[in-house]
Design a binder for this molecule. Structure first.
Ligand code: APR
Length: 176
């Protein structure tokens, strides 16, 4: 518990790999194998230390991979950040409400940030790319969950990678 502490939420339109924050969150896959989108960008920016750290996790604590909605920290390799916090978002489905799983990504990433002592963290719009989440829903869940999670993190950057994402984050923040 952190005595009901609230983090400040800031919306930024940028490439998340360029940020000088304590922790950058990665929209990873269960295998922690790298991929396209923000995952690919983070792996390229971090360099081989990151894939080595992911491989090590698979060989030790995560033989079956990282379940959806859970988070784990590794080195950030060559990036300015100290840690990458990997989380696995749900694949969007029209007829199944997976908002609890998506909220869990934000909640467990903030828990891991607290465990490693990160005070600043940047999130991409988890599940809003390859995993197909509508941008309005993805950004609303991001804003609401970050607002509702008790954490020692001081600043949360919600990173928009498009004009649409930025507009949806601002709407979500206004409506929250
Ligand atoms: N900085 C910030 N945001 C980015 C960047 C970047 N450099 N590159 C992409 N994004 C944004 C996308 O525009 C999207 O809004 O990140 C959001 C998440 O998209 P994806 O990276 O596709 O992540 P997700 O939808 O969660 O799918 C995860 O994709 O790359 C694979 O290995 C990954 O299998 C996993 C899946």
């Amino acid at each position: 518990m952190h005595n009901g502490a609230m983090a400040k939420i800031t919306i930024l339109r940028t490439d998340i790999t360029t940020l000088d924050v304590d922790a950058v969150v990665n929209a990873a896959n269960r295998q922690l194998a790298g991929g396209g989108g923000v995952d690919g960008a983070i792996h390229r920016a971090a360099g081989p230390q990151l894939s080595a750290a992911c491989r090590k996790l698979r060989e030790t604590s995560l033989p079956d991979g990282l379940p959806t909605g859970q988070s784990v920290a590794t080195t950030a390799g060559n990036m300015a950040a100290k840690w990458v916090i990997h989380t696995v978002g749900p694949v969007w489905a029209k007829t199944i409400d997976k908002s609890d799983q998506l909220a869990s990504c934000y909640r467990t990433s903030l828990q891991v940030a607290d465990e490693v002592g990160a005070k600043t963290i940047a999130f991409p719009t988890i599940s809003a790319g390859v995993y197909g989440y509508p941008m309005d829903e993805a950004t609303r869940i991001a804003v609401e969950t970050c607002q509702q999670t008790d954490t020692a993190v001081e600043t949360i950057y919600l990173v928009a990678y498009s004009a649409e994402a930025e507009a949806e984050y601002r709407t979500a923040l206004e409506n929250s």
